[in-house]
Design a protein around this ligand. Structure first.
Ligand code: BGC
Ligand code: ZN
Length: 365
């Protein structure tokens, strides 16, 4: 079977590898699920992996099958699987357990291990292939009504985790009634964060660089949120007009926006950081003022990565709610399909020069 792979450490090494079709007996206790891959999304992480900035091959291989944003259909299940059956639509989680106490209780996303295992990213093959097998523990059922948009579940889970963590942290306040939120970034993650915060009833201001109107700003306004281009109004100014922000979700991929966000956060507010920034940028910041305002305002900032099964289930819930409340909205994010694994060249071309694309994905089958 064809599998899109890279040689980790070797820039621009994306190619087609050939792997045998996996079988159910690779999973112990009759708990295996064989999935036929239908669609796989790509994102900045794949870009970094192909640039050899990130990623590692599984033990015994010199290549890594990429693709961590999967969507597929169950083809067969082991004798002890009751949770899904052939024909069901499913998405598999990304991270696999390590050794820490967090891994032992099913919260692999919170691992304190130095090594982590992520399918399609680090030390485990991914989903940009024809079939995969996994333990049903890592397989999440997607309702039929979401089959058109199921490939958006994995990015949604990253948002779900960040927002859920923020609410958990804010229990410190005994009573927290967030009214205003800001989202930094208007790409896939920013759009999905805007959606989830709107579904939770918040007044949302989403910031992007591009001047409106364009597809992303239209999509944000369709949710009843406000789009602000930082070309027109600086973040600090917009925060005076539309804040104070009780919650800010930062997902721009640009670390300097983190410090603008710290300054835009309201008293008792929570700032969620979700940008994976691999560079080594240096900037100047008003350190005393930022610190003072954090101290005097009892503010909190939290980093968040990956998502465990719980957040995949939350994502299914919010995506279903989205289809009911904003029908057709999620589908508009699926701007750039590429047909067939053999067209991986085009897939990466669209990913590296997005040209207005929101979600680039491969139609595998
Ligand atoms: C993935 C996450 C992953 C993170 C770090 C992101 O692109 O969506 O699941 O944890 O990269 O590897
Ligand atoms: Zn990703």
């Amino acid at each position: 079977m064809k599998a899109i792979s890279v040689f980790p450490g070797k820039p621009n090494s994306v190619h087609v590898a050939d792997l045998p079709k996996p079988s159910l007996d690779q999973v112990p206790n009759g708990r295996g699920v064989l999935v036929k891959v239908l669609r796989v999304g790509v994102d900045g992480t794949d870009k970094e992996i192909n640039a050899a900035e990130y990623g590692a091959a599984p033990p015994g291989y010199d290549f890594l099958v990429i693709g961590h944003v999967g969507f597929g259909q169950v083809e067969a299940v082991g004798p002890n699987v009751t949770e899904v059956k052939p024909g069901d639509y499913v998405v598999a989680t990304v991270r696999r357990p390590g050794q820490s106490i967090y891994d032992l209780i099913g919260t692999n996303d919170m691992t304190t291990d130095d090594t982590y295992y992520e399918r399609g990213i680090n030390l485990r093959h991914g989903y940009l292939t024809e079939h995969y097998v996994d333990d049903v523990e890592f397989i999440v059922k997607v309702p039929k009504g979401l089959k058109q948009v199921g490939v958006l579940l994995e990015p949604t889970t990253v948002v779900e985790k960040g927002i859920h963590q923020a609410y958990e942290i804010q229990r410190r306040l005994k009573v927290w009634r967030p009214r205003k939120a800001a989202v930094m970034g208007a790409g896939t993650i920013g759009l999905l964060a805007t959606l989830v915060l709107r579904l939770k009833g918040l007044d949302v201001t989403t910031f992007g660089r591009t001047a409106k109107p364009y597809l992303n700003s239209d999509l944000i306004e369709e949710l009843g949120a406000r789009y602000v281009s930082t070309k027109d109004i600086p973040i600090s100014e917009a925060a005076k007009q539309n804040g104070p922000f009780d919650l800010i979700f930062e997902g721009t991929g640009n670390s300097s926006v983190v410090f603008d966000s710290m300054q835009a956060l309201g008293k008792n507010g929570v700032l969620v950081l979700a940008s994976v920034t691999g560079g080594d940028k240096m900037i100047q910041i008003p350190a005393d003022r930022i610190n003072l305002e954090f101290v005097l305002g009892n503010k909190v900032m939290v980093g968040t990565v990956n998502a465990n099964r719980e957040y995949f289930e939350m994502g299914v819930g919010h995506m279903s709610q989205a289809e009911a409340e904003y029908p057709g909205w999620l589908n508009k994010l699926l701007t750039d399909p590429v047909r067939g694994l053999e067209n991986y060249g085009e897939l990466f071309k669209k990913l590296t020069s997005p040209n207005g694309a929101i979600k680039v994905f491969c139609e595998v089958a």
